[in-house]
Design a protein around this ligand. Structure first.
Ligand code: DGL
Length: 259
C-alpha cells in the first residue's frame, strides 16, 4: 500500500502549486494528478455540482489505487470534503484559506482574501473566519475571471493585470498588511501581485501547510513510501495538456484523459 500513489485533484492546473510543495517534501512518493480543466472553474458552480465533481475525481483516483487523496482545491474542500471523508475509506487532505496566520499576525488589523465565490460563500469558510478573525477587518474579494485566464495560458496578460488592479483596490484602501490567497491557482500570481502591492503587504497561501499535513497523515497511517528509486509521476488533464505542461516547466509526464 505504501507504494501506491498520492492522488491529487483540482478543477484544473492550479492544484499543481500544491503538488509542487508536496513533491518537494516527499520526493520518493508516486503521484497521480488530475486537472479537471474541462469543468473549470468550479468557483461559480453550485455546492451540489462541486460535490458531484469531487466524487467523480475521487473515484477515478481510487480506481488508480491512490492511498491518500489531496483535494488541492479550496472550492472543492470547502464544499465537498466532509462528504468525501464520510463516504470513502482513504485519508483526505484538504486546503482552506490561511485566515488564521493572517489574522494572528496582522498589525493593521485588516487582511484581504482573494478566493472563488464557491469558497467565500461556503459554510466552512464562514466558520473559520468567525473563529479567527474576530475584531479584524476582512476584505473578501471574489477572483472572478482569474481562473479562466490561467487555464487558457493567459497568466501574464494585460487582462490579468486589469483584473488584479480592480480586486486589490478596496483592500489597499483598507490598508491591509496580509493578502491571503484562497485558491490554488493563485500562487502562480505571486510574481505579478508582488509588483503591484506595497512592500509591507505579505502574501500567504496554504501550500506548505498542506504538504506538511500530508506527510504527517502518511506517517500516522504507516503509508509513507520508503523506496528511494525514482518515483512514477503522472499528470492527467481533460483539457489542454500544453497549458499544464507549460505551468510545470515541461518537467513531468502529462497525459490527456477524458474523465
Ligand atoms: N483551484 C481551485 C480553488 O482552489 C478552484 C478554482 C475554480 O475552479 O474556480 O479554489
Amino acid at each position: 500500500m505504501s507504494n501506491s500513489p498520492i492522488g491529487i485533484f483540482d478543477s484544473g492546473i492550479g492544484g499543481t502549486s500544491i503538488f509542487k510543495e508536496i513533491y518537494t517534501l516527499l520526493p520518493y512518493e508516486n503521484y497521480i494528478y488530475l486537472a479537471d480543466s474541462k469543468n473549470a472553474p468550479y468557483g461559480n458552480k453550485s455546492e451540489a455540482e462541486i460535490l458531484q465533481l469531487g466524487i467523480k475525481n475521487t473515484e477515478l483516483l481510487l480506481n488508480k489505487n491512490s492511498k491518500i487523496i489531496v483535494v488541492a482545491c479550496n472550492t472543492a474542500t470547502t464544499n465537498a470534503i466532509s462528504y468525501l471523508r464520510a463516504n470513502y475509506d482513504v485519508p483526505f487532505i484538504g486546503i482552506e484559506p490561511a485566515i488564521k496566520p493572517a489574522a494572528l499576525n496582522t498589525q493593521t488589523k485588516a487582511i484581504g482574501i482573494l478566493a472563488t465565490k464557491g469558497t467565500l460563500s461556503s459554510h466552512l469558510f464562514y466558520k473559520t473566519t468567525d473563529l479567527y478573525a474576530n475584531g479584524i477587518t476582512v476584505i473578501e474579494q471574489v477572483g472572478e475571471g482569474i481562473v479562466p485566464l490561467i487555464e487558457s495560458g493567459m497568466l501574464y496578460s494585460s487582462e490579468m493585470q486589469d483584473l488584479l488592479k480592480t480586486y486589490l483596490k478596496p483592500m489597499l484602501k483598507h490598508n491591509i498588511d496580509y493578502l491571503v490567497l484562497g485558491c490554488t491557482h493563485y500562487p502562480y500570481l505571486i510574481p505579478i501581485l508582488s509588483e503591484m502591492l506595497p512592500k509591507h503587504v505579505k502574501i500567504i497561501d496554504s501550500g506548505l501547510a498542506v504538504a506538511k499535513q500530508t506527510k504527517a497523515i502518511l506517517i500516522n497511517n504507516d503509508l509513507l513510501n520508503h523506496n528511494t528509486k525514482p518515483p512514477s509521476i503522472k499528470l492527467y488533464s481533460n483539457g489542454d495538456t500544453e497549458v499544464l505542461n507549460t505551468i510545470m516547466n515541461h518537467k513531468f509526464e502529462t497525459y490527456y484523459l477524458d474523465f
